[in-house]
Ligand binder design. Structure first.
Ligand code: ADP
Length: 400
């Protein structure tokens, strides 16, 4: 059973074609610079060399057609006919309060996703466009939506409500939604497998640390709190996003700097975080580490704000769950940076967290990095959102 996974963004489309009989990846790729000059198709067939093609891609329709052409290509394609694709799964960032799991993308569901555009104006429109083009190009093939927000729909009211007038929740659905749900769910399930325990009996804190980052408290297999909220900007400091700030800072800066809504949004989403704190050194953890190693004070302070924020969330979520059995590190920084993992866990011995510095030297692969006698297991798990999407898609389409 072959399942296509599509992640359609504003100027790029990521894809992976899975053979679900053994969950192997037949091909993956990235269509870049859609609607921008010099578009590129990067196609990586698992049985051959990467193929990089330059072609004019004015819109998502042409982008998805190019993806199909690559998958079906007589020389470097991986299937002979489009009918071999049994179902397609789509990443959708925001599904509001409507969906707590993945669903078949019926017309009714599409309408509901369109209603969520105002909650995720940057993400949902290209996601929806990708689905619409796939529906058109693959008539009759089930299309499944897998939502970043879905896993967090189990968060209780006390954790998803903000302390603003309740009427704004009723009127505009202003509340914590949370994101990266597919990743948090994937690594939590994997952690249970690694620990040979049932997910239902575990309290896990999952730290997804990439360009966008979030921490989630997973109790008995359910998300009960998460650091991202209404938008994709709260919680810990991210590459260019500010994370938690006192809300009073926003009107203060708007007033002082004579900023419009767009102006302040640009600051909190694109000019803050690691980039802003380091006075422009970089939004990338590796660059900051390099500078910090050379003694650059700006990089050192940035890194310390980042690690402190994560540590604070771990403490808060241990309290929220009444304990913690495992802490998981995932995504670019979580999987690769022994320094970040070490700094975050330092001082958490009181919680029962003991890192083994030798085991912590691992990079990019699954590993338990806590000592054998550490009460709390600390685990590095590479995330795989695409596989999670493929699994949900296969399950839903088989049961149609
Ligand atoms: P995205 O949210 O865009 O998917 P990623 O999960 O790819 O982001 O994470 C990007 C982050 O991971 C960057 O800050 C990058 O510096 C960091 N990273 C990637 N590889 C390494 C590495 N080997 N060591 C330290 N940090 C790394």
């Amino acid at each position: 059973m072959k399942v296509l996974v599509v992640n359609s963004g504003s100027s790029s489309i990521k894809y992976q074609l899975f053979d679900m009989t053994d969950e192997s990846v037949l091909a993956k790729g990235l269509v870049e610079r859609i609607g921008i000059p010099d578009s590129i198709i990067n196609h990586y067939p698992s049985n051959g060399e990467p193929v990089i093609t330059h072609q004019d891609i004015p819109d998502h329709k042409v982008g998805i057609k190019s993806m199909m052409d690559a998958i079906l290509h007589p020389d470097y394609g991986v299937i002979k006919d489009i009918s071999e694709i049994v179902a397609a799964g789509h990443r959708v960032v925001h599904a509001g309060e409507k969906f707590s799991g993945s669903v078949l993308l019926t017309d009714e569901v599409m309408d509901a996703l369109k209603e969520c555009i105002e909650l995720a104006p940057l993400h949902n429109p290209p996601n929806i466009l990708g689905i619409e083009v796939c529906k058109e190009l693959m008539p009759g093939v089930p299309q499944v939506g897998v939502f970043d927000t879905a896993f967090h729909q189990t968060i209780p009211e006390c954790a998803y409500l903000y302390g603003i007038p309740y009427k704004f929740y009723k009127k505009y659905k202003v509340r914590r939604y949370g994101f990266h749900g597919t990743s948090h769910k994937f690594v939590a399930q994997k952690a249970a497998k690694i620990l040979r325990k049932s997910l239902e009996e575990l309290k896990i804190i999952t730290c997804h640390l990439g360009n966008g980052s979030s921490i989630t408290a997973v109790k008995n297999g359910m998300s009960i709190d998460t650091s991202l909220g209404f938008g994709t900007v709260a919680g810990i400091v991210m590459g260019t996003r500010c994370g938690d700030v006192d809300p009073a800072v926003i009107p203060f800066l708007m007033d002082k700097e004579e900023l419009t809504v767009d102006g302040i949004n640009k600051i909190i989403y694109k000019e803050s975080g690691l980039l802003g704190l380091s006075e422009g050194i970089s939004s990338d953890n590796r660059d900051l580490r390099e500078k910090a190693d050379q003694g650059d004070e700006r990089a050192i302070r940035t890194i310390s704000v980042f690690a402190y924020g994560i540590k604070k969330y771990i403490g808060a979520y241990a309290a929220a769950m009444g304990g913690v059995d495992a802490i998981v590190f995932t995504a670019g920084i979580g999987e690769n940076s022994k320094e970040t993992r070490g700094e975050v866990c330092e001082g958490l011995e009181f919680l029962g967290v003991k890192i083994d510095s030798e085991k912590n030297k691992t990079r990019g692969k699954e590993a338990i990095i806590s000592t054998d006698n550490s009460k709390v297991k600390v685990i590095v798990i590479p995330t795989n959102e695409e596989l999670m999407i493929a699994r949900d898609t296969a399950e839903i389409s088989v049961n149609l």
